[in-house]
Design a protein around this ligand. Sequence first.
Ligand code: 5RP
Length: 266
Amino acid sequence: MTHVVGDWGFLNRLNKIIQTKSGHCVMLAIDHGYFGNIPGQLKQFSCLEPLYEYADALMLTRGMLRSCVPTNIDKPIILRVSAGASMLKELSNEEINVTINEALRLNVSALTCSIFVGGEYEKQSLLNLSKLVNWGQEYGIPTLAVTAVGRDMARDARYLGMASRMAAELGATMVKTYYCEDFEQVTGIAPVPVVIAGGQKIPEKDALQMSRNAIDKGAVGVDMGRNIFQSDSPIGMIQAVRAIVHENVTVEEAFEIYKNGPKGLL
Ligand code: 5RP
């Protein structure tokens, strides 16, 4: 059973992310550039703004927040505060790069970092998460742990379940992990809300099926990036994902929503 402990400020922040009506959430992930992963649409980042209204929360880095998100936005911010590695070197070699004062100044609703279970810098990444959890307890800020998957790590329920469970036991409020076969074993072993990452761009119907499966197998939502903004209809796609997450529609119904969406972002 999912049980979240916290005081008023902590729960107020969390309730802005996980919608109280459905118990679910759609996060728009736009933090890719922090380790040098710059997919197509991110080259014109400001044009992603039309997507923001369809997300329950934006997950991003502070540079992106400051330069690409209007200050009058009414969306909770999940701030990535880990950095220090690029795709050109060892990805697990991250540290926390944002102070708690800066996060508070940015009025964020949650903090996030990656953990690399089995990675070269596993310990460092787990202690990064612990640092965020400690800050979160002190300042009332939920933590989203991302179970990053290095080149040599399996994407199966055993590995992702273990990594998600570890994140929960270290005190993460929510876990973001990858969808896999037998995903109910991942959600079943992690006693906190779980969202799935979208991963690399796949055909729209497959991404919708993955979202449907994840919800059916106990995820509270998705934290999706490329499968939304690299779609030929990013607005149609985020609306379709939203319908699965919040309105429990079928994949066929969601696919119709996507097909009826405007082409491009304008
Ligand atoms: C990487 C991340 C990214 O935010 C996330 O995976 C990107 O979303 P998507 O895979 O859907 O493009 O946390 O560790």
